[in-house]
Design a protein around this ligand. Structure first.
Ligand SMILES: [Zn+2]
Length: 433
């Protein structure tokens, strides 16, 4: 069924009257066929329009060969049907006859702005660098082009952006040409025209670009409003350029400003100096982190020495340890720290093990975790720790000389440490067995 195509000339939010010729149920969707349409069907890299038909929300618009077409892959575009998809439940309220079409005109404008912006951007890059655009994607949030260049410098991209802005301000008209294939050479086309078309549609941006394209476009470059290149990154030997245009630049700028103001207030610097402000803050923070690390190292050294001193005092008080009496087990130094994370305990343990061959079992009450270290040659601390760990509901693991464990409750950790020996408080903070 031939549908009159009015979408290239109709971009208004005003209702438009057409006639529903046929409704085809296709699963959970229905395809509506109209006598004429203002809805652009997906094609040429441009998404289909949205809107409604007699209140039924438009999900998609597609070109399809008519069911009785002898050659469904044939080039005769005019013979292709345009299917307007709506939810099947909403189609139940529709019937053949007069219908009101409503175009989502703001979305259409966004699509045409980005499509025309893409042509202008690709044409400008070709003019300034001699590099061709090999593919493009017009996304709902971000649009990209892949340029046949391994790299484009920041300076080049700024020049491109400025030249695009010049073209927008010059308000160059976009002119549509319909050309038979045999005459197509008269246009200096930026890309290869499609094959098998009876007529090739050429979109000209006066003075800037000629491209074969079936998309819907702005009437002049001024409608693009503004274009911003957001990023350029290496992609499969090409450069992928992300850009936005028109109203999306306004929304992007608004969001950036809001973020800038948040940072500006927090750092107490003017909004345009937030970059330098953040770098200065990061530098200060890095200095503080260095100081903190040095302090933590020194603290760990002091606490490790204190731990070993207390253990030595206790050993002197008790006489020989079991190990020295001939037992093969290394002597045990165990302690629970009331304050401090397991990271602090690990720092103390690593230092202490360099100064003793004893088995060190150090716990953080805060984190309900412990770490065990033993530098004695040939020692395997696992048999000693695994049984009480499991008996008190802890989880953990490690090797012959380093072992870590964790408990669900402080009571579990306390019972485990208690099993390793009688706990006695020292300095009210660390307890050494
Ligand atoms: Zn195009």
């Amino acid at each position: 069924m031939r549908t009159e195509r009015l979408y290239y000339d109709y971009a208004s939010p005003e209702p438009f009257e057409a006639e529903i010729r046929e409704i085809r149920l296709m699963g959970d969707r229905a395809a509506i066929l109209l006598d004429k349409t203002i809805f652009y069907p997906e094609g040429g890299g441009q998404d289909a329009d949205r809107g409604s038909i007699n209140g039924a929300a438009l999900l998609d618009v597609r070109e399809a060969p008519p069911p009785d077409s002898a050659d469904p892959s044939g080039p005769a575009e005019k013979g292709k049907e345009i299917l307007h998809f709506v939810p099947a439940a909403e189609a139940a309220k529709l019937s053949p006859g007069r219908a009101e079409l409503l175009l989502d005109a703001r979305r259409r404008r966004d699509l045409t702005v980005h499509h025309s912006a893409q042509h202008l951007l690709s044409g400008t890059i070709l003019r300034l660098t001699g590099k061709y655009t090999l593919s493009m994607h017009l996304g709902a949030e971000l649009c990209t082009i892949d340029v046949d260049a391994p790299e484009l410098s920041k300076e080049t991209l700024l020049r491109v952006e400025d030249a695009v802005m010049d073209a927008i301000e010059a308000d160059a008209p976009l002119v549509i040409h319909h050309c038979p294939p045999e005459d197509i050479r008269k246009f200096p086309l930026r890309k290869v025209p499609p094959r098998g078309e009876e007529v090739i549609r050429v979109v000209e941006i006066a003075g800037h670009d000629f491209s074969p394209c079936c998309g819907a476009h702005c009437r002049s470059t001024a409608e693009i409003g503004i274009l911003r290149i957001l990023a350029a990154e290496k992609y499969k030997g090409m450069t992928r350029i992300s850009f936005i245009a028109g109203r999306r630049v306004l929304l992007d700028s608004r969001l950036l400003r809001q973020n800038g103001e948040t940072v500006s207030r927090a750092l107490k610097v003017p909004v345009m100096e937030t970059g330098a402000g953040v770098l200065s803050l990061l530098e200060k923070t890095a200095g503080l982190e260095r100081d903190l690390k040095a302090y933590e190292e020194a603290e760990a050294e002091t606490l490790a020495d204190a731990l070993l001193e207390k253990a030595a005092e206790k050993t002197r008080g008790q006489g020989q340890t079991g190990a020295e009496a001939g037992d093969q087990k290394p002597p045990l130094i165990a302690g629970t720290y009331d304050r401090g994370s397991i990271e602090k305990i690990l720092r103390i343990g690593r230092r202490a093990q360099k100064k003793t061959g004893a088995l060190l079992v150090l716990a953080s009450r805060e984190d309900r975790k412990f770490a065990a270290f033993c530098a004695a040659k040939g020692a395997d601390i696992r048999p000693l720790l695994k049984e009480p760990l499991e008996r008190h509901g802890g989880r953990g693991g490690g090797g012959p000389s380093f072992f870590q464990g964790a408990f669900e409750t402080p009571a579990g950790l306390a019972a485990f440490m208690g099993d390793l020996g009688e706990m006695r408080p020292i300095d009210g903070n660390v307890k050494i067995i």
